[in-house]
Design a protein around this ligand. Structure first.
Ligand code: PLP
Length: 384
């Protein structure tokens, strides 16, 4: 069966390839320490699981859900934004539920991109920005995130004719994979750039709550952002709920409406029991978030300090549960070598785009003991 040209144009999905590399090693009997995929190892908090158990019993939850999500869920998202960010949202018009934020990100270009339109995508970046542009027959234009610019895009380097043809600009702070964060000055620059060029600013805030002695900002804290911005959020990382598949999009009403129109044609919303559990999560005690961050911070410190002892130059990230390590040279060679010699799996930076070359990403989703073991193995492997 011949694949469509759209699908043929997509690069292989990075994380599926990593799984395959790991599977082979495990079959060889290697005890792989996996820092590859960013999937929290900590469990979903008990009170959320218990609410899910109750919610599954309710017959009204067994029906088709509404496309946009229950009003109570959308109100809980708005409350969360009021509490954690300095943003007021109208839950009826400025919030919708998503089957995980990936779903919304992947569908957004279908709502707004015509064949040949430009989609600005950060490089390195979460691969879905690029592939969603291709699936909508748009033309992704890579905007480099370089270390010398603190992994923020240089807006002035985007040629005018590209900006004029652009429909969507994907951004993501706190950033995966570079761990960079966005301050208000930069947020304002991006919003003003998008307003001036009539571009939808699609801000992916999947790591908005994972931060250390630092409060990541919503782009909507800059009032003007409501003119052009949709912001994606997720319960996946905030509440260790990656498998549950629930997220949300908030922001400009027209953009939300466009995305909802795609969704009504391709999916039927989020299982209501999951929405009930998510309401309890969003309205719950923020100590759950603080505890996660305490755990990630300890791991970050052990890993970064260990890597420094091994001779790497690396900063302690302010946010996300990743460490972005400059290795120079080929990131695939580095990762393969580490897997072969130490049984340690990291993600080669080039998998996030050409400007990720020369770096690898560690996900802090392993215990302190395993991190220490990985460092010991790396020390022996690197000394051979
Ligand atoms: N955005 C970024 C930057 C991510 O790293 C991820 C997941 O790893 C997602 C979005 C998708 O998260 P979810 O679909 O689980 O909400």
């Amino acid at each position: 069966m011949e694949l469509s040209n759209r699908l043929k144009a997509l690069p292989p999905y990075l994380f599926a390839e990593l799984d395959e590399m790991k599977r082979k090693k495990v079959l060889e009997g290697v005890d792989v320490i996996d820092f590859g995929v960013g999937d929290p190892d900590l469990p979903t908090p008990r009170h959320i699981v218990e609410e899910m158990q109750r919610a599954v019993e309710k017959e009204e939850n067994h029906k088709y859900p509404s496309y946009e999500g229950k009003l109570e869920f959308r109100e809980a998202v708005a409350e969360f934004y009021g509490r954690r960010k300095k943003v007021d949202l109208n839950p009826e018009t400025q919030v919708i539920a998503l089957i995980g934020s990936k779903e919304g990100i992947a569908h957004l270009p279908l709502a707004f991109v015509n064949p040949g339109d430009v989609v600005l995508v950060p490089d390195p970046g979460y691969p879905v920005y690029y592939s969603s542009a291709i699936l909508a027959e748009g033309r992704p234009y890579k905007v480099p995130l370089k270390e010398e610019n603190e992994f923020l895009p240089d807006l002035e380097s985007i040629p005018d004719e590209v900006a004029r043809k652009a429909k969507i600009f994907f951004l993501n702070y706190p950033n995966n994979p570079t761990t960079a964060v966005a301050e208000m000055e930069f947020i304002k620059e991006c919003v003003d750039f998008c307003i001036d060029n009539d571009i939808i600013l699609a801000h992916d805030a999947a790591y908005s709550e994972i931060a250390f002695d630092y409060r990541p900002k919503s782009f909507l804290e800059y009032e003007d952002a409501f003119e052009c911005t949709i912001e994606f959020g997720s319960l996946s990382k905030t509440y260790n709920m990656t498998g549950w598949r629930i997220g949300y999009a908030v922001g400009n009403e027209e953009i939300i409406k466009g995305l909802l129109k795609v969704k009504t044609n391709v999916d039927s919303g989020v299982f209501q029991a999951i929405q009930d559990a998510a309401i309890v999560a969003l309205r719950g005690d923020d100590s759950v978030i603080e505890e996660n961050n305490r755990v990630y911070k300890e791991r970050r410190d052990v890993l970064v300090e260990g890597l420094r002892k091994l001779g790497f130059e690396v900063e302690k990230p302010k946010a996300t549960f990743y460490v972005w390590l400059r290795v120079n040279g080929s990131s695939i060679e580095f990762a393969k070598n580490l897997l072969d010699k130490a049984g340690v799996l990291v993600t080669p930076g080039v998998g996030f785009g050409e400007y990720g070359e020369g770096y690898v990403r560690f996900a802090l989703t392993r215990s302190v003991e395993r991190i220490k073991e990985a460092l010991e193995r790396m020390e022996s492997a690197l000394n051979v």
